[in-house]
Design a protein. Structure first.
Length: 189
């Protein structure tokens, strides 16, 4: 029996994260040797969002509240990593789910191998306070928003920010537009 057939049998022909039954394919959970114990079967929607997290649909991932309890280690690893990705997008429900999740120490070690470096440089506001995903900030100066034809005024509250790979930038919504903000032009609210 091939790995793909074994995965489909293990998953009962369903995506192991969201339960979809269409467009299923094996997905190697890195670091992987391609074996059954290091792979999951995913639908196209899950695969595409994992491979390109810039197009993440946070509501799709509410399925993790169920799949994180899987008995299969690679499914637990993928659920852990996706919850972590959602937390970085400011999803507080994902933090609540992650707080409830218990992983065997070896599985947790494997799950953390696929996460961004925890030793990465922190993001600081104008007062040198560390900013985290989900924080609320206040702008300390007027910012001209290029391409959106408005100015974000000093004192504007931006709720539920997201961090970027650049520690000097954060992301948030102002006037309904998703914008990148220079971290030193804001303070933690």
């Amino acid at each position: 029996m091939s790995v793909e057939q074994a995965l489909l049998q293990r998953s009962d022909n369903k995506c192991e994260l969201c339960g979809a039954t269409e467009q299923l394919a094996p997905f190697a959970v890195e670091p992987s040797d391609g074996s059954l114990d290091k792979s999951v079967v995913l639908c196209k929607a899950c695969r595409s969002q994992i491979e390109d997290p810039s197009f993440i649909d946070v509501n799709h991932w509410r399925c993790l509240n169920d799949s994180m309890w899987s008995q299969e280690a690679p499914v637990q690893v993928m659920a852990y990593r996706q919850l972590f990705a959602l937390i970085s997008k400011g999803e507080t429900w994902a933090q609540d789910s992650l707080d409830m999740l218990y992983l065997d120490p070896e599985v947790e070690k494997w799950a953390k191998l696929g996460l961004p470096d925890e030793d990465a440089e922190p993001t600081f506001d104008v007062n040198k306070a560390i900013l985290k995903a989900g924080d609320n900030i206040t702008l300390v100066k007027d910012l001209v928003v290029k391409g959106a034809n408005f100015t974000a005024k000093q004192g504007t509250l931006v709720k539920n920010i997201s961090l970027t790979s650049n520690p000097k930038h954060i992301e948030g919504k102002v006037n309904g537009s998703h914008i990148v903000i220079i971290a030193e032009y804001c303070k933690k609210a």
